[in-house]
Design a protein around this ligand. Structure first.
Ligand code: HEC
Ligand code: HEC
Length: 244
């Protein structure tokens, strides 16, 4: 491992450094930018690349959820070698923001989405449309830490099948239970008593399925791009730390 790291350090880094325009677009303090960029070049670029893109997913800081959420301070008190002063950590944070903005400025949709989302508006949207089923301190606590923002977005846009099963009622014969399978011709359900029933379906059978994910399916047609990015931005702030 040692050997590999030394080898990686010796590789030339073809870095796409942020342009002057990107730096000024990032709205950061000029002097902090200068200090942060020099420090990054000297102490981090060997492993993370001049522009922070690294050479593998672990060293690509621009893909890092921690970097995008602007929460690197904790990590940098121990990494790479626990020798950084508080002010240096601050300067590095500034430079990482510049690197992020410069990537977003290249029109990279994946990054733009999360960067342009307004987390406060996302929180409001969440309160109005999601809070009756979810809680930032409960089932979704720490979710922003578990996933990269783009994964997080697809997770809430199309959640995995719920742990809570779909239920169904069928008339006639007037039975209901947990839906196990359904096709054009028949369905199988399990009644509360545990009895499994297979029911043939025809044109007169009335089938009512209750899917716990229905609220999610109903969102697609009405969700605007802005709402989508705002909600993802809000969800990405849900760290364990925050919910304490
Ligand atoms: C010797 C190589 C090396 C050096 C030097 C180095 N890093 Fe890292 N860094 C890594 C590796 C490998 C990882 C992934 C494993 C880990 O988290 O420790 C990492 C992880 C990180 C992470 C966490 C990313 C995430 O989402 O988990 C941050 C932030 C980071 N480095 C910032 C920096 C900064 C800023 C510097 C310079 C002060 C720096 N690193 C110097 C190799 C290095
Ligand atoms: C009527 C209830 C309901 C509403 C409203 C609702 N959800 Fe869900 N959501 C669910 C269910 C059920 C699941 C499946 C996970 C489970 O069974 O715990 C789920 C899954 C998720 C997941 C994946 C969780 C994981 O750990 O895999 C996220 C994220 C999520 N919802 C976010 C949202 C957001 C954001 C909104 C509002 C825009 C929303 N949900 C609205 C019921 C709801």
């Amino acid at each position: 491992m040692r050997f590999l790291l030394t080898f990686a350090l010796a590789l030339p880094m073809a870095a796409q450094l942020p342009s002057r325009a990107a730096i000024s677009a990032s709205n950061q303090d000029d002097e902090a930018v200068e200090r942060g960029s020099a420090l990054f070049a000297a102490r981090c670029a060997g492993c993370h690349g001049g522009a922070g893109r690294g050479t593998n997913p672990a060293t690509d800081l621009i893909r890092s959820a921690m970097v995008r959420r602007d929460q690197v301070a904790g990590k940098l008190t121990v990494h790479p070698d626990a020798s950084l002063a508080k002010s240096q950590i601050g300067d590095l944070g500034v430079w990482l923001r510049v690197l992020l903005v410069s990537v977003a400025g290249k029109g990279n949709q994946d990054f733009l989405e999360i960067l342009t989302g307004d987390r406060i508006k996302g929180q409001q949207y969440f309160g109005a449309h999601c809070a009756k089923c979810h809680s930032p301190e409960g089932d979704l606590a720490g979710i922003g830490e578990k996933y990269d923002p783009s994964v997080l977005q697809s997770l809430w846009l199309s959640p995995r099948r719920s742990k809570t099963p779909r239920t169904v009622s069928v008339t006639p014969p007037g039975v209901s239970g947990t839906l196990e399978r359904i096709d054009e011709f028949r369905l199988t359900l399990k009644e509360q008593s545990g009895t499994r029933r297979e029911i043939a379906l025809d044109d007169d059978t009335k089938v009512e399925i209750h899917d716990p994910l229905q609220a999610h399916y109903d969102l697609y047609p009405v969700l605007t791009d802005a709402d989508m990015h705002n909600v993802t931005a809000f969800l990405s702030t849900l760290t364990k730390e925050r919910s304490k």
